[in-house]
Design a protein around this ligand. Structure first.
Ligand SMILES: C[S@@+](CC[C@H](N)C(=O)[O-])C[C@H]1O[C@@H](n2cnc3c(N)ncnc32)[C@H](O)[C@@H]1O
Length: 312
């Protein structure tokens, strides 16, 4: 391959991808500008809709070309172009869509005269609908059967997450309470410890963690054409994957390189660790404890509240 791997290259991804051989990338993740007038330092995010779609057609065609025949492509996109890009990727470029994941986040953009935006779309495409990597064991979460109903039929490995992904800000490391019950990925807001502090579109490491763990293996090549703050490449490095990316802005590229230099293979991902529970808490739910015994929530609470009697 005529391009250096385990590196972020500053420059236009369309030109850069022409230096990547056909069929070399295991997993591509792209979070392009959404064409919603966002202020990047060099990219102009206010293009005519047709120009934007033509540009997307060009760079997605290159992504598909550099993917291995067993490769996976995740696309993050907003409401404005989600439908057109899904049709483009499947009908024109021939990919198979395995999931249309909705990422629900809190701390979205407040709207005055319509409902506030609190989601983005994550399309999970594969090149070959029959042969692809999917490591379900790497991303399972505890099931309601395990956590609430104390059901002995529960799979001890848990269950696969839903296709709506959620994790609340209060579930970040600093504010995380093991009793909480729903898994949200927050947008990485300015006040969060995880925020690198210089890129408004920074994605949470845990979100990329789920994508990279489930749809690639250690040693695989992970590619991101739109580096941004460098989340994809940083998580790929921490998870012991090879990585390669582009970023148009010189300033962002320099900062990505600093972030990459600080990350080591095997480092923990920022943000809340894997969800402890995925089921709704109920007033009187039943959990299986470590030995598989049924523990009733209300009884546990009553026991906790009772003053300890001498001799008991
Ligand atoms: C939405 S942001 C990516 C955010 C990233 N996922 C993260 O977690 O930080 C999109 C990025 O694409 C970059 N960009 C825009 N056009 C580009 C191009 N032609 N080639 C490479 N990067 C480009 C922008 O400068 C911006 O940093």
């Amino acid at each position: 391959m005529p391009i250096e791997l385990d590196a972020l290259h500053q420059g236009d991804c369309l030109a850069g991808m022409r230096c990547i051989d056909d069929g070399t990338v295991d997993l591509a993740f792209a979070d392009p500008p959404f064409n919603i007038g966002y202020d990047y330092d060099v990219y102009d995010d206010r293009r005519h809709g047709d120009d934007y779609l033509d540009w997307c057609r060009d760079w997605t065609r290159e992504v598909v070309r550099v993917l291995k025949s067993t490769g996976t492509f995740w696309l993050a996109i907003g409401d404005e172009f989600a439908a057109e890009l899904k049709v483009m990727l499947t009908r024109e470029h021939g990919l198979t869509c395995r999931n249309w994941v909705v990422w629900y986040y809190t701390f979205g953009v407040n709207c005055k005269a319509k409902f506030s935006r609190s989601h983005a779309h994550l399309f999970y495409f594969v090149k070959d609908g029959k042969t692809f990597t999917f490591n379900d064991g790497a991303i399972r979460v505890p099931s309601a059967r395990q956590l609430v109903y104390g059901d002995s039929r529960a799979n001890p490995q848990g269950r696969l997450p839903d296709d709506t992904w959620i994790l609340r800000p209060q579930d970040l490391t600093d504010g995380f309470h093991p009793d909480e019950d729903t898994w949200y990925f927050p947008r990485v807001c300015g006040t969060f410890k995880e925020r690198a502090g210089w890129h408004g579109c920074q994605m949470p490491e845990q979100l990329l963690g789920r994508i990279i763990k489930s749809t690639s293996n250690e040693g695989d090549l992970v590619f991101d054409p739109f580096g941004g703050s460098g989340t994809t490449l940083t998580v790929a490095k921490k998870l012991k994957r090879r990585f390669l990316g582009f970023e148009l802005s010189e300033e962002y590229a320099a900062r990505i390189n600093k972030r990459l230099a600080a990350a080591r293979p095997g480092d923990p991902l920022d943000g809340a660790a894997e969800p402890l529970v995925s089921a709704p808490s109920t007033a009187d739910g039943v959990r299986l404890d470590e030995k598989g015994d049924r523990q009733r929530a209300a009884a546990r609470r009553r026991l906790k509240k009772q003053p300890q009697l001498p001799g008991l």
